[in-house]
Design a protein around this ligand. Structure first.
Ligand code: ADP
Ligand code: ASP
Ligand code: MG
Length: 425
């Protein structure tokens, strides 16, 4: 008997029929002798719909109280847990649903991007011992003042892995609408290949660089608490042999497999959620980076890549990237506070950029990855605007009209495509 956490995403919970399928799948695991905690997302499109209603009332996202946005957005998951519980009960499986505050899943008070601080496992354990399936809302928690909080978009992954860590589950199974982690998003590159295993470090980079298959914090939790985590399909028949299902998909591993020859590059990640800001002709004096980025940090805006050019005539151009949704706010801070203080000529914001990255631990022991990447982009006529590297990734910022082209060409040049199928004659 194992203790497992199942997470089902929006598509997997997308209709009454799909919820009934989830219930049948979960019941199969219980029948096979396992204890199951389920963490579902809101039905697909529901979180967008709910936040859209708020936007209809106040179109200026910056003006809306994040506390109220969380109160609204969290309701999608609350409906899901209730429906799934009813679906399980309807097929004779005892089940109980909980909202985050009922567990409780305690978070800090950073509304819309709260972090989980603790999870009480008492109620969960008691229900499991009583033979119930425990269904806990993804995406939400409660802060020290009993306010409802949410964990940021895609946050149900994090709820699931955190619950798995708290109850010391044997495995966390992330059921989604693809059958595992691919070499890149299969929606952009249909020749992408599923990975049987991916190292924790690579998964962390891929998630942080924009692969939305897993929210980055879920991967951080998996690493910190060594949660065995697997990504697999919820769209297989619910009565698929449980032994086949339990070994399907992609397993996140913590050790490098010494016996396998490691591919140099494991995947191509990309993010459309990027914007570039350039301050033209900033006087090149000590402290200028601080004078620019200090007020940006104070406004709670995350900065990713930063480039400062060689100075000519005592001035330099200074560029950095922020999330696209924060461009407007960043531009306001720069125009009103920073530009007059540092004496920049002009501030230019560009929302038409994206970031494409090659990720692989094999990069540590191989040279020439960067040059092959740059050569490939050059041959495709893609201009590189910014570059950043770490030990296991190279990222470039490019015009977003080239995103698909860049992803496909890099996927090809790093040999990530599926094995060619032999055509029958
Ligand atoms: P869920 O609602 O189950 O949480 P998401 O939409 O958040 O599902 O994540 C699954 C999607 O992630 C897939 O449909 C796929 O388009 C996308 N995706 C992005 N990068 C990858 C990747 N490297 N491998 C697999 N899927 C990816
Ligand atoms: N429902 C939330 C979202 O759409 C959380 C999730 O699905 O993981 O972002
Ligand atoms: Mg998701």
């Amino acid at each position: 008997m194992a203790l497992v956490v199942h997470k089902y995403g929006g598509t997997s919970m997308g209709s009454v029929e799909r919820i009934q399928n989830v219930a049948k799948r979960v019941a199969k695991w219980v029948k096979a002798g396992h204890q199951v905690v389920v963490v579902p997302s809101a039905m697909s499109g529901e979180t967008n719909r709910l936040l859209g209603l708020a936007k209809d009332i106040n179109p200026d996202a910056g003006d809306m109280s994040p506390r109220e946005l969380d109160a609204i957005a969290s309701t999608g998951e609350q409906v899901s847990v209730g429906l799934l519980s009813i679906a399980l009960q309807a097929i004779g499986q005892d089940a109980v649903s909980y909202a985050g505050w009922q567990v409780p899943i305690k978070t800090n008070s950073a509304f819309t991007k709260a972090r989980i601080e603790s999870i009480d496992d008492k109620r969960i354990r008691a229900d499991l011992e009583a033979g119930r399936v425990v269904i806990i809302t993804g995406f939400q928690g409660v802060d020290v003042n009993n306010n409802i909080t949410t964990l940021g978009r895609g946050g149900s992954d994090t709820s699931a892995v955190a619950v798995a860590a708290a109850i010391k589950a044997d495995e966390c199974l992330i059921y989604t609408d693809v059958d595992g982690v691919y070499t890149t998003d299969p929606r952009v590159e249909p020749n992408a290949r599923r990975l049987d295993k991916v190292t924790f470090e690579e998964m962390l980079e891929m998630a942080s660089l924009g692969s939305k298959i897993l929210q980055i914090r879920s991967v951080e939790f998996a690493g910190k608490y060594r949660v065995k985590t697997r990504v697999l399909s919820s769209l297989t028949p619910h009565d698929l042999d449980i032994n086949v299902e339990a070994h399907s998909g992609t397993l996140i591993t913590f050790e490098e497999d010494e016996t396998m020859e490691q591919a140099i590059i494991s995947g191509i990640a990309f993010s459309r959620d990027e914007a570039k800001i350039t301050l033209m002709q900033v006087p090149d004096t000590p402290g200028v980076a601080f004078k620019i980025l200090g007020p940006i940090a104070k406004a709670n805006i995350d900065v990713d890549m930063i480039i400062q050019n060689q100075s000519t005539n005592g001035t330099t151009d200074f560029s950095f990237t922020v999330g696209r949704g924060e461009l407007k706010k960043a531009m306001e801070v720069l125009e009103t506070e920073v530009k007059p203080a540092v004496g920049a000529q002009q501030v230019i914001g560009d929302a038409n950029v994206c970031k494409v990255s090659a990720v692989g631990i094999g990069m540590r022991s191989h040279v020439g990855v960067a040059s092959l990447m740059f050569e490939t982009l050059a041959k495709s006529g893609v201009n590189i605007q910014m570059i950043s590297t770490s030990e296991i990734k190279i990222s470039v910022v490019i015009d977003d009209k080239y995103l698909e082209l860049a992803v496909r060409e890099l996927h090809k040049v790093f040999d990530l495509e599926q094995e060619a199928q032999v055509e029958s004659v």
